[in-house]
Ligand binder design. Structure first.
Ligand code: ADP
Length: 398
């Protein structure tokens, strides 16, 4: 049976898609429709065989974006009818306490995804819109939802429960859900393979460091703690998010600065993190500025790495035994400065980075610890689309 899956990531203003062969991991086409619903019209970039085809398109809504996608396949290939698609896999951000696994989407599942929108108002409505139009466009294929939260539903109560009034928490479904689960699942399985062990036999601390960033404590292949919480705001310092702060900062801003809830939400999610600290969001710019002597950039980088170091310590305590620290996503895969900063001084925990291996550039998965390091340090490129394709195949019974 073919294992080719159309993977769809439908956001509020963009639609990303890939046709992936889950058997060998190859992408037959990669595309992006941008500025959905934007005033100035949208744009599609459709890449096949390394060649990017760009054009302006009118995309007032997700239906139009999906139509632009199928038109691009018709014009530039591959032929969607001939490629042997067996499923459409959809990224869904919030699966709540309901979805601990990927599921085939029927009307009930879609209704639950929409109903979870109060927990992820920026994401689930857009994910649901993408599912709706894709089911119309591809009525004969099974559609599968793969949730960012699902991998973390294995967290024990002690890790996912906030110490607030239990009734209030229950009524409003307030608990830690965690995100980036698709990446943490993929990367931890790859890491186990690199260590030559079964996933059930390894304990890992996975650092997914992209624009958003989260750490995950993995015991025996399953998530037992993660740094993001009810929303992706908690935990590590990110490109534009503050990560952990005293919640009273919110009351203080409300009472003394007269800021509204939306203004504080915007401040902490979009104008904080390394951007708020230094005026730079991109880690490449930040490192460059820090190396050129910019003090705000240096401090931002230090704070970023210090937070990572604290989570390594915390998750070492939570796990007891750690086989490897695993770095992934844009920053984790590409920034030797951040990896070195995050692990500085942690030889006390048996973590010793090999400087030359850390500095060497590569796109491959690799071990960058010294031969004698008790805890291995791995860099593993993530591939969330491939994980969505694989899970889609699994769900439809391939
Ligand atoms: P997203 O969360 O949007 O998927 P990515 O995983 O692509 O993000 O990561 C984006 C981040 O990766 C940006 O902060 C970018 O600066 C950083 N990054 C990409 N390449 C490098 C590099 N060579 N060195 C340092 N940081 C990098």
């Amino acid at each position: 049976m073919s294992e080719r899956v159309l993977v769809v990531n439908s956001g509020s203003s963009s639609l990303k898609y890939q046709v992936i062969d889950a058997a060998d991991g190859s992408a037959l086409a990669v595309g992006l429709v941008e500025r959905i619903g934007g005033a100035g019209g949208g744009r599609i970039t459709h890449t096949v065989d390394g060649e990017a085809h760009r054009s302006d398109v009118d995309v007032p809504d997700h239906g139009a974006a999906m139509a632009a996608m199928t038109a691009a396949f018709a014009e530039h290939g591959p032929d969607l009818d001939a490629v042997g698609l067996v499923a459409v896999g959809h990224r869904v951000v919030q699966g709540g306490a309901r979805f601990g696994h990927s599921v085939e989407i029927d009307d009930d599942a879609l209704a639950i995804i929409e109903e979870l929108s109060d927990l992820a108002p920026l994401h689930n409505p857009a994910n649901a819109a993408g599912i709706r139009v894709a089911r119309e466009q591809f009525p004969d294929l099974p559609h599968v939802a793969v949730f960012d939260t699902a991998f973390h539903l294995t967290m024990p109560e002690v890790a996912h429960t906030y110490a607030i009034d239990r009734e209030v928490a229950k009524q409003h479904r307030i608990r830690r859900y965690g995100f980036h689960g698709t990446s943490h699942a993929y990367v931890s399985r790859e890491a186990a393979r690199m260590l030559g062990k079964a996933p059930e036999d390894v304990n890992l601390i996975v650092m997914h460091l992209g624009n958003g960033a989260s750490a995950c404590a993995v015991r025996g292949g399953i998530s037992v703690d993660t740094s993001m919480g009810l929303t992706p705001l908690e935990g590590l310092v990110m490109g534009t998010r503050s990560g952990d702060i005293d919640p009273a900062v919110v009351f203080h801003l409300s009472r003394t600065a007269g800021m509204s809830t939306d203004e504080i939400d915007d401040l902490l999610n979009k104008r904080s993190g390394v951007l708020g600290l230094s005026g730079r969001q991109d880690m490449r710019d930040l490192v460059e500025a820090a190396q050129a002597g910019d003090e705000a950039a240096s401090l931002a980088l230090e704070i970023y790495c210090y937070r990572l170091r604290k989570y390594v310590g915390a998750y070492t305590a939570a796990l007891g035994r750690v086989d490897a620290i695993v770095f992934t996503a844009g920053i984790g895969e590409n920034s030797p400065e951040v990896r070195a900063g995050a692990l500085a001084g942690l030889d006390v925990l048996g973590i010793e980075l090999d400087d030359a291996a850390n500095e060497a550039r590569s796109r491959e998965a690799r071990d960058i610890a010294t031969p004698g390091s008790r805890v291995r340090v791995l860099v593993v490129p993530t591939n969330e689309e491939l994980e969505i394709a694989r899970q889609s195949i699994e769900v439809i019974g391939g």
